[in-house]
Design a protein around this ligand. Sequence first.
Ligand SMILES: *Cc1c(COP(=O)(O)O)cnc(C)c1O
Length: 390
Amino acid sequence: MPHLMNTYGRQPVAFTHGAGVRLYDENGRAYLDALAGIAVSTLGHAHPDLVRALADQAGRLLHTSNLYRIREQEALSDRLASISGMAEAFFCNSGCEANEAAIKLARLYGHQRGVQLPGIVVMEQAFHGRTLATLSATGNRKVQAGFEPLTPGFVRVPFNDLAAVESVAAHNPAVVAVLVEPVQGEGGINIAHLDYLRALRSICDARGWLLMFDEVQCGIGRTGKWFAHQHAGILPDVMTLAKGLGSGIPIGACLAAGAALGVFKPGNHGSTFGGNSMACRAAVTTLDVIERDGLMENALRQGNLICSGLRAALQGVAGVREVRGDGLMIGVELDRPCAELVGRARERGVLINVTVEKVVRLLPPLIFGDADSAELVALLAAVIREFLQA
Ligand SMILES: *Cc1c(COP(=O)(O)O)cnc(C)c1O
């Protein structure tokens, strides 16, 4: 047995290499990757442009530290600012760290305005990470159980429920921010209504709250725009990124605009690895390829093909509650727990995920093609039918 802590329920397979949308296991068997390492492998596997950029960067410079200027980090901050409309970036290594930065920023913002114990509105079914602050912000008891005392200062409301946020605004003067995923990923592919996001913007403007979007999973082109909230035509004050940003190289970012600018001062926050040359080169390359190859448009196209294909193939099948999606974030909700679908699909050569017990989750790489989507629909629909009709 490997000397690993028992923190994951792992599937009995290991991959030796990948190419495009395929992964290959130790027996040489190919799998269609419809999960992309949980929305991470934006460009699929062994993308030639990324391979070349990383090899070049590895031969030049991996890491120096934030004690110095880092040109690749500066370039990435400019690139992110231009595609997001945000003004400044802080770089770290993961989604939970990006959210830790956002939570610290919101608290400091509150303190700078004389709020002693600032609160942050968070959502039911939210997922923000596994550190103590981010698991406390997460709306899933399973993530929190056993780790009490939780970090205080989070006020939880139902997702997509504007009246609940208005009620908090009316009764809780210590609140300084709202933290929300425009599309909840771990929570089961729950899509925020665009009117809801716009109304949150208005409430935040009226109250002087920071509007903070966690786009760790839904950002980086996956929903057909660079960032999912851009469908609503609004700008947040804080946005967090990670998963797909480096296409497999670990990197996270906390971006700030508007009222969130200038809150952190030297000494307030930091990271040893955050934003090193290698990680930032991976991210800039990922963004370049997404733009050059039209991968946002492709994400929309493939998302529509997969959703409409699954709807047609599962039409009238008892036990299928809903097929929903936003670009290449797709959920198939069943009426019963269906974790075993993961193994059944893998045995047929397709990698998928099940979240919140009853939702099949698909997060394919943005390079998926029409034939890949058709293959995914055919295989997955067959596996779901068999499971439900057994
Ligand atoms: C995965 C995820 C996180 C946590 O990211 P890690 O890199 O695992 O720390 C935070 N927020 C959202 C929305 C996520 O999907």
